[in-house]
Design a binder for this molecule. Structure first.
Ligand SMILES: [Zn+2]
Length: 463
């Protein structure tokens, strides 16, 4: 059958060498966070600009709230709401009445209103999803630094001197120029620059640029990944080969040190000089720990993406929140202690969800892709015979009645791979058979026919 060009799968067209290179690349947004050190004068200006944005945010929020209160007395058919466009159109009038709002670059004010709009949208979305614990956006307090967002314009990148210059119209005339230790890729186009402070009052700019990356092509090689606390990554490929990367545990190194400083601090009079001395020390150590965890996750995700020919990674959809949820205290003291240790491990080894995010963007950068599939029962199920059995977390090696003896995480990775292959719309099961063949070649698994349950297999595969 001869299909017109537009009907063909993009990957067929991509193989045509006559295509111009622009057709073979896709655009991707990448954001880089860079530490900056403003001078005292610059910091003062930044705070003044932030203050204007903060007030604007609060005014706009109050306007929306009043509208909502007025709506409550009306019948549902007469509800009216205030939109972003209405608030944006009111900006020139506001500037005419209060000229100090012209200090801020106009796009930054607009982006502040957009953020309020986005906050409301996400609130309504969460509410509609059934999360009735969620609360609407709140007023920002006095010492809150509002992120200054320069979208599309208002910034100038000086490549020769490695500096970035931000626009403002503050009467003091101090230039907001910051040197950058890193420059965005030259082929990329800068979309947005944001200035913000983190929890520790450090200044940062976040530069978002659009870069061209190779498109994702399914090359028939897959890697299934199980994530965990003791083994950060356990991966298996279609040839049945395993890779295992142990998690680094800087939290164990810092645990006692942190507790010691905390105890000393708690023996001081609160907010005394000595108390602040230990408090600062404690914050610094916590910061170091978080940085070490993030750094390790960045390094491992890079290795996982680069060290394979597979273009597709399959990870289980995580529910860390569910894992670390507080359970009712058991009568058994030992059980309680074990639960506490587990929660400590889960919450202090860096979030696995963040690791998946790192993996996803690093994969996309080199034209690969990460697929998430349901992870339920991948640990409990024996990968050979398919029996589901409750297992304690202390059981590092699973031993099934069918004679299977396999590492716990390896078993989970195999299960994820099988689930993915069964979900594929394939009439033949060649990849699955190849996977089994490879698995038996590399591991001493018994040959037992696996019971495929109807939950996993599409109907045409049964029987
Ligand atoms: Zn078994």
């Amino acid at each position: 059958m001869n299909l017109p060009d537009s009907y063909q799968h993009p990957s067929h067209r991509l193989k045509n060498p006559d295509d111009p290179p622009s057709h073979r690349m896709v655009q991707m947004l990448l954001t880089r966070k860079i530490h900056i050190t403003p001078t005292t004068k610059q910091a003062k200006i930044l705070w003044a600009l932030s203050e204007k944005c903060r007030l604007l945010y609060n005014f706009a929020l109050a306007e929306r709230r009043h509208q909502w209160i007025r709506n409550r007395t009306k019948p549902a058919t007469e509800y009216t709401s205030i939109t972003y466009i209405q608030q944006q159109n009111a900006l020139p009038a506001l500037k005419a009445q209060y000229p100090e709002y012209t200090w801020v670059y106009s796009k930054v004010l607009q982006m502040t209103l957009r953020r309020l709009d986005a906050d409301y949208k996400s609130f309504f979305a969460r509410w509609r999803r059934g999360d009735h614990q969620t609360r609407p956006p709140r007023f920002k307090g006095k010492h809150y630094f509002t992120t200054l967002c320069y979208n599309q314009s208002g910034f100038k990148l000086d490549i020769d001197n490695q500096r970035i210059c931000l626009a403002h119209r503050h009467p003091s005339g101090v230039e907001l120029t910051f040197s950058l230790p890193w420059l965005p890729p030259l082929n990329g186009k800068i979309k947005q620059v944001e200035v913000f402070q983190d929890r520790h009052r450090q200044w940062f700019v976040a530069i978002t640029c659009e870069v061209a990356v190779p498109p994702y092509v399914d090359n028939g090689r897959y890697q299934a990944i199980d994530l965990g606390v003791s083994n950060l990554v356990t991966a298996v490929n279609l040839q049945g080969r395993f890779i295992q990367i142990r998690n680094r545990r800087p939290d164990l190194y810092w645990k006692d040190k942190l507790r010691q400083v905390q105890t000393r601090r708690d023996h001081c009079r609160k907010f005394s000089n000595r108390w602040w001395f230990y408090q600062r020390k404690w914050v610094k150590m916590r910061q170091k720990l978080t940085n070490q965890l993030r750094d390790f996750q960045h390094k491992v995700s890079k290795v996982v993406v680069r060290n394979t020919r597979a273009n597709t990674f399959i990870v289980g959809d995580l529910a860390v929140k569910r894992m670390a949820r507080k359970k009712a205290a058991s009568v058994c003291q030992r059980q309680n202690a074990a639960t506490r240790t587990l929660h400590h491990s889960i919450q202090n080894t860096g979030f696995l969800g963040r690791f998946v995010q790192f993996l996803t963007y690093k994969a996309k950068k080199v034209g690969k892709s990460v697929i998430r599939i349901d992870e339920a029962e991948t640990t409990k199920r024996c990968c050979v015979c398919g029996t589901v059995q409750m297992r304690r977390l202390s059981e590092r090696v699973i031993q099934c009645n069918c004679g299977t003896t396999l590492d716990r995480d390896q078993n989970a990775a195999v299960n994820i791979m099988i689930r993915f292959l069964l979900q594929q719309p394939l009439v033949n099961r060649e990849p699955l058979q190849a996977f089994w063949y490879g698995l038996h070649r590399h591991t001493a698994l018994p040959r037992v026919p696996r019971v495929v349950d109807s939950m996993e297999a599409p109907t045409f595969m049964q029987g």
